[in-house]
Design a protein around this ligand. Structure first.
Ligand code: FNR
Length: 387
């Protein structure tokens, strides 16, 4: 369709198609703070760059003559079918990028029935975004507060609002050392644009002396920063999390196969291999390098018939990246920066364009590689680059 439209009318797409061009457009159009917030990572940003480069270390070996006239991209996770092995990564504080923030993203995602994972630090509340999603799938990302009553309240609200899974982010008990954000003073934005879920939460309000968190923002922020994350967590704490919710629980941010084994043995329902897009530990290994060992560890740790999906993010930019991650064992991938840039550039339309292009690219790449369905995208279709 994309090509046909281009043949019938001379047109330049309204939004950039290539990831590199999205970045350039965003650099021109967004405020310095907003651009730094999306593009930046921890420290020297070596892991941000390594994430992207890791995909060059693998190559697809396409197969021919396999009747790929129709392709089935659907995948099933936790009993629900999704149209493609793609979902939207949790990205917080989207109000920096666009006034309609997560509401715009929810509208674009629901057009494709692509699941949206909503961040704890969203600019609209869990309930507001759930209303916008309607029947379209939403998952909820938990920043595990050291105040257990706040964490429990978030989980209860998310479940009541209709979110279908909990993604507990384990790699961020504190924010990483993000030099661009520190230099440009992004943190004040958090106050108005990322703390609404907290300020509107009954358990968080109980922590404060003032009745209205917005009346004394300094005290509220102080209280938030004391309870945002919990660096004392250990694997034993997973049991508490599991007791709080009936939803499937996934843990996000694993890179070591031993952690994956531990998580499976502790009963998690799924895990997400990720280095948070290089925003937490500068110098951490690219998430793609971690994926095959984690997949093997999960397979070893699961009992016969048990299925613990492994998802992946950090560096997904185009269809071939999705293909490689799925070939290396991911059940689905999370798209991060590309849709955030789309939001910043063009709101709902920008996110829609990014998704439409990515899904078309995935469809073509799967078919042209000789696969009629996602099931056929396995390790036999890729090899390590020989140089
Ligand atoms: C993130 N990420 C993130 N993760 C999370 O669990 N909760 C959050 O609130 C956020 N917020 C956030 C903001 C921004 C601006 C970015 C870029 C990322 C991490 C995100 O879910 C995902 O792991 C990365 O985006 C993957 O890296 P790439 O593919 O976007 O480079």
């Amino acid at each position: 369709d994309v090509y046909r439209k281009g043949m019938l009318e001379a047109r330049t797409p309204e939004f950039p198609v290539a990831y590199e061009d999205l970045v350039e457009r965003a650099r021109e159009e967004l405020s310095d703070e907003a651009f730094a917030y999306v593009a930046g990572g921890a420290g020297s940003e070596s892991t941000v760059r390594a994430n992207d480069r890791a995909f060059d270390e693998w190559q697809i070996v396409p197969r021919m003559m396999r009747d790929v006239s129709s392709r089935d991209l659907s995948v099933e996770l936790f009993g629900r079918e999704y149209p493609a092995p793609v979902m939207l990564a949790p990205i917080g504080v989207q109000g920096i990028l666009h006034d309609e923030a997560e509401l715009a993203v929810a509208r674009a995602a629901s057009e494709f029935e692509i699941p949206m994972i909503l961040s704890s630090v969203s600019s609209f509340t869990f309930e507001e975004v759930a209303d916008e999603l309607g029947d379209s799938p939403g998952w909820f990302q938990l920043y595990w507060s050291s105040d257990r009553s706040v964490a429990a309240s978030f989980l209860e609200r998310a479940e009541a609002a209709g979110y279908e899974a909990v993604v507990a982010t384990l790699d961020t008990p504190k924010m990483g050392w993000r030099e661009r954000d520190i230099e440009l003073g992004y943190l004040p934005f958090l106050q108005g644009l990322g703390l609404k879920n907290y300020f509107e939460d009954p358990a968080f309000r109980d922590r404060l002396e003032a009745d209205d968190p917005w009346a004394d923002p300094e005290a509220s922020i102080e209280s938030w920063s004391e309870c945002f994350g919990d660096a004392s967590l250990t694997w034993d704490d997973l049991e508490w999390l599991d007791e709080q919710t009936d939803l499937p629980v996934l843990v996000k941010g694993l890179l070591h196969p031993e952690d994956a084994r531990e998580a499976v043995e502790r009963g998690v329902d799924g895990l997400i291999v990720s280095n948070h897009g290089g925003r937490q530990v500068d110098g951490a290994i690219p998430a793609l390098d971690a994926l095959p060992d984690v997949v093997d560890a999960v397979e070893d740790a699961t009992d016969d018939g048990e299925d613990v999906p492994v998802l992946f993010d950090s560096g997904i930019r185009r269809g071939s990246d999705v293909f490689q991650a799925v070939a290396l064992g991911a059940d689905a991938v999370l798209l991060g920066r590309p849709y955030a840039l789309g939001l910043g550039i063009g709101g709902e339309d920008g996110v829609r364009a990014v998704l439409e292009n990515l899904l078309a690219d995935v469809d073509l790449t799967v078919g042209l590689s000789g696969c009629a369905s996602v099931d056929e995208v396995d390790r036999s279709k890729v090899r390590r680059a020989e140089r």
